[in-house]
Design a protein around this ligand. Structure first.
Ligand code: EPU
Length: 438
């Protein structure tokens, strides 16, 4: 077994220079399973080098698909030899997005047996809306011993109205409906960029999906999906994370290969905090720099096009470095404030009451040993470490590596002093308690 590793961040250096954003995690984790629906081989480009992709590829291979890596970011998937409809616990538990194999296998084979998903511990994260969509399309759904059993003979288009706005269930409904007989209309659909990307990928194979990116999506089922070559969109949250890292270190960074439109809500909040953002839509890049004081702000997370919950820990970290009392309201995910205890180790003054965090901006943070409790918490701790005086040791970095491609390399190129090293045995399990912990 590999020894567990940690990131060591020596903070206090301004980030300067250029960084290239990778393909979007939350798009590619749906597009890879969606390739199962294709009746010919297809090629997917701009695939990020993250562990969620490694796991998705492994699951595709376990199902019988032939997956070849044609280049560092390009995969060819031939789903024709698929001969298995089961994704067992050992594979599914490693990532939340394994639930997309339910919709994709059901759409392809009319059958799926997929373990309940794993992923970041962000609260209840039910899948009732996913199952509601499958049932509306005519599937029988049972959950037994941790496995979701789905069976359809055959899938038929229908009206699906979601009780909550959900990214995962909207994507799964699209996957199951794309080859179902007749018309499916999804109401109260999520509008995130990765939903549009999934629909564009499927349409490039000959699917008939309109309205992705609005709250009503119409899908007319087709019988055949042809091979395609398709580039994944840039990662909105990775871009936002580097924007905040640039701001937190009072740096000056050009962030390249972004879709500027997807960053509107993040740019708006950064500008409120006193960060300069020069958006260049023509060249798909944004420059972020700070030449004045950072100031308090009120932020609340909302489904797209609102401020993303996946940027909440990062922006809260920035607000620790701003003058004044800020308020952050989390309206999308449960338990998205777990990183607060870790930030307190670094000197942050944050009080959490239910969905609201009140942040007393102190202007400084200090290095400390911390643990990444989930992916975006890990990103926030990286930002805190970059801005802090002294050394920060970040453990449980597998969470970060699930969703950020080569973060050490990209940050080092921007002038950060950061390395990945094996955790010395004597240090394991010896973190001092956080402030306020008994
Ligand atoms: N919900 C239900 N029932 C369902 C599904 C969701 O009640 O069947 C609720 C959830 O409990 C939550 C809300 O609806 O309160 C939104 O959940 P959603 O389904 O949109 O989230 P998800 O599909 O599980 C995706 C991203 C998350 C991101 C959320 C919100 C992927 C693989 N994951 O999760 O990404 O936080 O949407 O935008 O796309 C991350 O990238 O760090 C991450 C956690």
């Amino acid at each position: 077994m590999k020894a567990p590793a940690r990131f060591v961040v020596r903070g206090g250096r301004r980030l300067t220079g250029e960084v290239e954003i990778s393909g979007a995690k939350n798009a590619v984790v749906a597009i890879l399973p969606a390739a199962l629906l294709c009746d010919e081989p297809c090629v997917i480009e701009n695939v990020p080098d993250i562990s969620d992709v490694t796991i998705s590829v492994q699951i595709l291979r376990e199902l019988g698909a032939v997956v070849e890596q044609l280049g560092p970011h390009t995969y060819r998937i031939d789903p024709r030899p698929v001969n298995c409809t089961c994704v067992p616990y050992e594979s599914a538990r490693k990532m939340r997005a394994s639930y997309y194999f339910m919709g994709a296998l059901l759409g392809r084979c009319g059958l799926a047996r997929v373990s309940m998903p794993g992923g970041c511990p962000l609260g209840g994260r039910p899948i009732d809306q996913h199952l509601k969509a499958f049932r509306k399309l005519g599937a029988e759904c049972k959950i037994e011993r941790g496995m979701v059993d789905l069976q359809a003979k055959p899938l038929k288009g229908n009206q699906i109205f979601f009780d909550v706005v959900t990214v995962g269930a909207t994507m799964n409904a699209i996957l199951a409906a794309v080859k179902a007989e007749g018309l499916t209309v999804i109401g109260n659909a999520a509008k995130e960029p990765h939903i549009v990307d999934l629909a564009s990928f499927l349409n490039s194979m000959g699917a008939d999906i309109i309205g992705a990116g609005t709250d009503t999506i119409k899908i007319r089922g087709v019988k055949f999906l042809r091979g395609t070559s398709y580039p994944v969109i840039p990662d909105q949250i990775e871009a936002g994370t580097y924007m905040v890292a640039a701001a937190a270190t009072k740096g000056d960074v050009l962030i390249k290969n972004v879709t500027v439109k997807h960053l509107d809500s993040i740019i708006s909040v950064l500008e409120k905090i006193g960060v300069n953002v020069e958006a260049d839509e023509e060249h798909d890049q944004v420059r972020v720099y700070v030449d004045g004081p950072l100031v308090k702000a009120s932020v609340r997370t909302r489904p797209h096009p609102g401020f993303p919950t996946d940027m909440q820990p990062q922006i809260s970290t920035l607000l620790c470095l701003a003058a004044g009392t800020s308020m952050v309201k989390e309206e999308v995910s449960e338990q998205r404030f777990q990183y607060v205890d870790e930030l307190r180790r670094m000197g942050a003054d944050i009080q959490v009451d239910g969905k609201v965090a009140v942040i007393e901006g102190k202007g400084v943070l200090t290095g400390a040993p911390v643990k990444a409790c989930d992916l975006r918490a890990g990103a926030a701790l990286m930002i805190a470490g970059l801005a802090a005086g002294g050394v920060t040791y970040i453990e449980d970095i597998h969470h970060i590596e699930r969703g950020y491609a080569d973060m050490v390399g990209k940050l080092t190129a921007l002038g950060a002093c950061i390395s990945k090293e094996a955790i010395p045995v004597e240090n394991a399990q010896t973190l001092p308690p956080a402030v306020g912990e008994v």
